[in-house]
Structure formats: structure tokens, C-alpha cells
Design a protein around this ligand. Sequence first.
Ligand code: NAD
Ligand code: UDX
Length: 473
Amino acid sequence: YEDPPKICCLGAGYVGGPTMTVMAKKCPEIKVTVCDLNERRIAAWNSSALPIYEPGLQEVVEEARGRNLFFSTDIESAIRECTIIFVSVPTPTKKSGIGAGEAADLTYWELAARQIAAVCNASENKMPKIIVEKSTVPVKTADAMAAVMAAACKGTDFQVLSNPEFLAEGTAIDDLFKPDRVLVGGPQTPQGLAAIECLANVYRKWVPTERVLTTNLWSAELSKLTANAFLAQRISSINSISALCEVTGADVSEVGHAIGVDSRIGPKFFKASVGFGGSCFQKDILNLVYLCRSFGLPEVAEYWHQVIVMNDWQKRRFANAMVATMFNTVSGKRIAILGFAFKKDTGDTRESPAIDVCKALSEERAKLAIYDPKVSREQYYEDLGKEAMEKIEIDEDPYVACAGAHAIAVITEWDVFKTLDYQKIFNSMSKPAFIFDGRNILDHRKLSEIGFTVWAVGKCMKKVLDTEGSPSP
Ligand code: NAD
Ligand code: UDX
């Protein structure tokens, strides 16, 4: 392979953009081109208002852009000139047809494969190509990619590798700078192993060699689905226990800490919440479930499906608890929603539990006032619908959202919510003033002392009031 190899990526989204930016920063001798069909997205990547918010991203883009990092809509030229072609296009859950609601929709993926094949076929230059699955795909997708390439592209030697991405949004740049591991899977043939080495060598420029894992193709593809399933399972597990804590007087934070110090279990990913969101967990577990069913393993499918069932229940449970606590009706009551993104430090709202909670409260005819530091106005319309939005207020100041409200619901764990002036907020609210902490980020004792009626996930509020503070009025 050409050394250094030129690199391009199809898909300039949450994964393609940051991963390629960090690769360009860490490998200044390699030309990296990030391509997208979406012209607006590329224009934004080439401007000072990047299309996604990610802490630290702007600085790294500004350092590398124009030096060895380029954003372009000219996909054909990029495919033609590059040795390593990453594919980082969406692989959402299928909405219709066979496997609807579970299987991965591989339309974008196959279109990208056909595009690569067509360009290679038409190109005079027959230099060998390494095609890299960066998108999360069902196991065996690399076979489909190889079949499309073999059928539609003659004379080009190509290898298909799997290099799943493990970054989390909100911490993407740190995760990419110091990944726990980079996984490169490929065919265990001499050509496949050479391709694996070529890609692994790019990562080895900044990732310690022992963290660059190489496997066969199917292990790499399956490891990605399995990693997300295990992570999501931890959240559903602690969320299931949160319900038990609320009725028994146990405290989910104490339970989480007490079990997490066991080194076999570990402390991370044990925060009880309104439920997990994000574009990956649900989609990837459904994908795994579908795969298990397709391979005749219904028990395995059911086992993992329960993680989603529990998450849906947790989201519903939170909205139900709000209604029940507020005397079984929220009709006509103003409710301030603090946080709409699926987690802090991102403007991404894909599968955010806030969408479910807002829909449930709107159905109960509550009047919602939403504040989130990063979510764009258009995004609310997309997520909640034009009709619902006619009755919803979007605020640019959390104090304005809370003024006159009967209740506050903290849905996203943004740091700014920890330091708001809750006395001032309490004074501006209707009484009794309720606060529902879906993330356990607030000081419940202090809030009770101010006079709030506090509900927090995984906490028995009677106990909090009895032992930690004065009872609410
Ligand atoms: P995204 O929607 O943010 O970005 C995908 C981009 O691909 C879009 O801008 C779209 O216009 C573009 N695109 C579609 N077809 C194309 C084509 N043929 N050529 C060029 N561009 C094309 O999606 P994302 O969040 O970046 O996710 C991409 C993949 O990575 C998915 O498979 C996802 O499961 C996986 N993944 C996502 C995350 C995450 O945190 N978001 C983490 C790990 C893996
Ligand atoms: C996830 C995986 O972590 C990442 O490795 C993969 O590449 C993409 O999917 P992401 O969805 O960006 O990343 O964020 P993550 O930090 O995993 O959070 C997912 C959801 O779980 C969020 O809604 C978050 O608030 C929630 N969560 C996380 C909890 O409710 N409790 C926790 O303890 C941790």
C-alpha cells in the first residue's frame, strides 16, 4: 500500500467528522478528506459554525483544516485518490419491510458501497483500496460490501475491514485522543492481514500498540454490537434497581457505589436516569436481537430485548411519577423541562428520553417550557412535531422557563443545572413547587429546605426528608 496512505471518509456526521479530524491532527503527513452528500453539512464543516457541538472539536478542526484535513462534497475524487476509504454513514433501524423496527437499514451503506465500486471501476488508476466499515453494522455486512465490490468493480484489488468506533458523544475528542482500544478486524488471508497492518499503523501513530487490537472480521463487527449491549444493560440494570430503591428506602447512588467498588463489577455506567438515549444503544441492541432471531437463537434475542423493555418502562415511569406526585393531574400546569439533549455536552437529541417525557406530559395537557443550552429551535420541531410545538415554549434562559411553573423536571445532566439559584427559582414558581430530578445531580436536601417537594430517581423521598432535611410544606 501507498505510504503514507491517503484517507477519505464517506459521511461527515458525529462519527466521521470527529474521527477524521483527530486522525488528521495526529498524522500531519496524511491527507484526510471527509465527504458528505449533504452540502449544508460540508459548508458548515468549512465554516466557523461547525455542524455538531463537541467539546474541544473546534480547536482541533481549526488546527488541521486546510493543512491536511479537507471537507468536501466531491466524493468521486476522494474515492479515486485514496487508499483507505472509511464508510461512516447512518445505519438506522428499518422502519418498514422485513425486520421493521429491529433490523438495521443498510440502504445508505449499500449506496456507499455501490458508489465506491462504480468509481473504482471507471478509474484508470487501479491502485489497491482498503474499505473500512466505521458505521455500526450487523455481523456479516463486510461480506455484502465485498460482494458488491467484486461484482461491480473489475481490476481493483480491495479489502474490506471492520473498524468500529467506540467514541461517546460529549467526550468524543478525549475518547479519540486516548481510546481504551482501537479494533481492526479483517480477513485472515495474507492480503487481509496486510490491509489490517496498514490501517493499524495509522492508529499506532498515537495509540499505544497494545491498545490496537486486531481480530477477524466477524469478531470486530460483533464486538461493537456487544459492547453497546453490555453498556446499555448496565444502565437498564441500575434503573430497574432504582424502582426498587424508591419503594424500599434504599438509595440507588449508595447501592451503585457499593456494588461498583467490586473490581469485578467496576464503577462506571451505573448512574440511574430517566432512561438511556442516543442514536446507538437502542438501535444496536435491536440489531443484535434481530440477528439472534435470524440465526435461530430466540432465547438470546429475548435476553437482550429485555434491556430495551426496561428502558422504555423507565421513561414511562418517570412521566407517570410526575403526574402521580402532582395530585394525578398536570392538565394546564406549566412544567419546566431542564435539558432536552440525550446527555450533557451535546446538542444531539436522537432518542433522547426528553422526547418521550415531553410527549407523555403534552398528552396529559401540561404546558411545557423547555430549556437546553445546545439544542437548536428546529430540532424541537423535528422531535416533537409542529402541532405539539404550538403549545410548547422554548426558552433561552432556565429562570424564564421555571418562572410560574408548578414543576421542574431535570432530564439532562448539564452541569449548569447544579448551580442555578434554586431559592430564586422557588420564589418565582407556583406552590406547591415540585422538582423531579431524573439524573440525581441536584442537592435534594437543600431543595427540600428551600421548600420544594422533591422526587428523585432511585431515592425514597420520604427517607430523604426524614433523615436529611426538613419536610416540605
Ligand atoms: P450521522 O447521521 O451524524 O452522519 C452520517 C452522515 O453520512 C450524514 O451526514 C449523511 O449525509 C452522510 N451520508 C449518507 N450517505 C452517504 C454517502 N453515500 N456518501 C457520503 N455521505 C453520506 O451519523 P453518525 O452518528 O455519525 O453515525 C454514523 C455511523 O456510526 C452509524 O452506523 C452509527 O451507528 C455509528 N456510530 C455512531 C456513534 C455516535 O456516537 N453517534 C458512535 C459509534 C458508532
Ligand atoms: C454510546 C457508547 O458509550 C459509545 O461507546 C458508542 O460508540 C456510541 O454509543 P453515546 O450514546 O454517545 O455513546 O453516550 P453514552 O455516554 O454511552 O450515553 C448513552 C445514554 O446513556 C445517555 O442518554 C446517557 O445519559 C445514558 N447513561 C449513561 C445513563 O443513563 N447512565 C449512565 O450511567 C451512563
